[in-house]
Design a protein. Sequence first.
Length: 281
Amino acid sequence: MVQSTAAAERAIEATLSHDRAILALRAEIREARLKRFLLVSTYLSAPALLLFLFIGNIAAWRRIDLARVNLTCIPLLIALLILCAVVRINSAVDWLDGPVEEEWEAGHAAEKKIDLALAIERKRLSAASIDLPTETRRHIYRETVPGAIEQYRSDGLRYRRVHNLFQSIIIIGSLATSTAASLAETPAPYKWITVGTSFSVGLAAGFTGYFKFRERSFYLQQTADAIEEEYDAVNLKIGRYKGSADDEVALLEFTDRVETLKNDQRKRQQQLDQPTETPEG
């Protein structure tokens, strides 16, 4: 009995070690993508701002005074050029010190994704060689449920924030468009405000209708609440588990119920991912 317990503990520690490596690689991939995005944005922002100033000054020549805009954008352009130079010099100094693997290089994230796939495969092969009792596996599964609940809720909160952002753009943009359009004496340059707000409203409405952020948030929150209800019920022996005297039977029913809820959520997610069908004329 002691040997089997020790073997189970070693197997669990090995699984946790694989999980730690997988989480570390995922965090490194996210950090590398963020650094790459910041680097590319830094290099592209300076030419984009310069092109904007060039085209804007040509289009507004002798019609609109862009002196204030130029006085604001030129220091920003200089700061972006300095930032690009600093990043470039830093990369050159690191290269002179020796061949190092920079996190903002284009192939760094791809290499880490390969390492992540290998780490997941190692975990799968290690788990296949572990002979844990079914009851132990179910107990481990129950302890992973709070993490799934938190994941569902965080995803639902993210979709809800995006939905609220687009709805705010629609409300404010609609009011701004109608107000600007009602001003008959609006100068020609300011009519672009009406065009911009109208475009923003249409864009926000299109994204909201196509990606269905509100529905995604609702279903994720609903699934999280249902799984949490089952988790509390099996721990407190209430609800459907109230008359269950055998913990293993209750745990089996709990596992089956949670998997059913997860499958239902996946089906709803697949339905939301399907494009909206337009009726044939």
